[in-house]
Ligand binder design. Structure first.
Ligand SMILES: Cc1cc2nc3c(=O)[nH]c(=O)nc-3n(C[C@H](O)[C@H](O)[C@H](O)COP(=O)(O)OP(=O)(O)OC[C@H]3O[C@@H](n4cnc5c(N)ncnc54)[C@H](O)[C@@H]3O)c2cc1C
Length: 309
């Protein structure tokens, strides 16, 4: 059976007035990581019947085959729709075309089209000769291929490198969507006010009509969050910073707090009618499982389909 398209999944969830729940995974780097992921994490999270799963694409295209392989396995072994992340890093247009052909042969129909983060050890994105500079070029190429539903990244606080300010970044996001994207998935954030300002600006001022889906990260430790924030530029509100400081030496307590914090964030977002929740699972089953249980316990019907489609 053909995998469902992201555009259809969001449209159906919207018709049924339920949020579409999605989980993001990264590809494990070691044999031990592989075992933990395939033997425990993936079965546990697939059992929650998310609307779809997505799989990241490592720096420099290093995970190309692995990303496509994990997406295929999620689709084939678990019957869940899945999405492959794809970046412009280190690849020529011809190489990206090969990858799109490969994805299509494997029955992969959903892509998150990204510019990509610079490879480890470097700080700036470098366009390769014959390659792309911005994600919108990748969206245009994939759209031209046909048969793919495409999501793009959005930044509620503006992209870190956009010196002209967040509103200019959001104008560029609008243009990127216009190249053929079906959904926007956001970078993590810890104050929902940033998300609402971003969403309202895109919808009310810029006329963006595709689902704008918040990305949620369950905090696992103070150190982990400091690292992520340094990479993506998200703001840690003072009250959260103080709490994380107090939990700096107790990772178990920080993770427990992270579940509470993400639950509260999701409750507020669901009340504001978001079309879905995209969880950065960090390949851990427990936090996301607990957050979804909390949401259902608070009366939210997440309507996760039994068959995953
Ligand atoms: C949900 C999600 C998943 C992600 N998954 C991955 C992953 O799997 N692998 C990975 O490597 N990274 C991933 N990232 C990170 C992403 O690759 C980086 O944030 C990257 O720095 C920007 O990617 P983009 O697709 O938003 O780029 P773009 O949309 O190309 O934007 C990059 C910068 O260029 C600017 N810009 C865009 N268009 C123009 C233009 N026409 N003229 C001038 N400036 C312009 C923008 O304002 C922005 O500052 C993910 C991010 C998110 C939110």
């Amino acid at each position: 059976m053909e995998a469902a398209l992201l555009s259809d999944l969001y449209a159906r969830a919207q018709r049924e007035r339920r949020p579409l729940i999605s989980f993001e995974f990264f590809t494990p780097r070691t044999a031990e990581g592989d075992r933990a992921f395939f033997d425990r994490t993936l079965p546990a999270l697939a059992a929650l019947r998310p609307g779809y799963c997505s799989v990241t694409y490592g720096a420099g295209g290093s995970t190309r085959d692995k990303t496509l392989g994990v997406v295929e396995r999620i689709q084939n072994d678990y019957g869940l729709p899945a999405m492959a992340h794809l970046t412009c890093v280190g690849a020529t247009r011809a190489q990206i075309e090969d990858l799109l052909d490969d994805a299509r042969r494997r029955g992969i129909r959903n892509l998150l089209a990204l510019r990509g983060d610079p490879p480890e050890g470097t700080t700036a994105f470098e366009q390769v000769p014959g390659g792309f500079r911005y994600a919108h070029e990748l969206v245009t190429l994939a759209r031209g291929f046909g048969g793919f539903s495409i999501a793009v990244a959005g930044f509620p606080e503006g992209h870190l490198e956009c010196r002209e300010g967040k509103r200019v970044d959001w104008e560029r996001l609008k243009a990127k969507v216009a190249c053929g994207a079906d959904a926007v998935i956001t970078q993590l954030f810890f104050d929902n006010a940033y998300f609402y300002e971003f969403r309202d600006h895109l919808v009310d001022r810029l006329g963006v009509r595709v689902p704008i889906v918040p990305g949620i990260i369950p905090i696992q430790s103070a150190g982990q969050i400091r690292k992520f924030v340094a990479l993506c530029g998200a703001t840690i509100p003072p009250a959260l910073a103080a709490r994380l400081e107090a939990l700096a030496t107790d990772d178990a307590a920080a993770a427990e707090f992270g579940i509470e914090f993400a639950t509260a964030q999701c409750v507020d977002l669901l009340r504001q009618g978001v079309p879905g929740l995209h969880f950065y699972s960090l390949n851990k089953a427990l936090p996301v499982t607990r957050i979804l249980q909390n949401l259902e316990g608070s009366g939210f019907s997440l309507g996760r389909p039994a068959g995953g489609s």
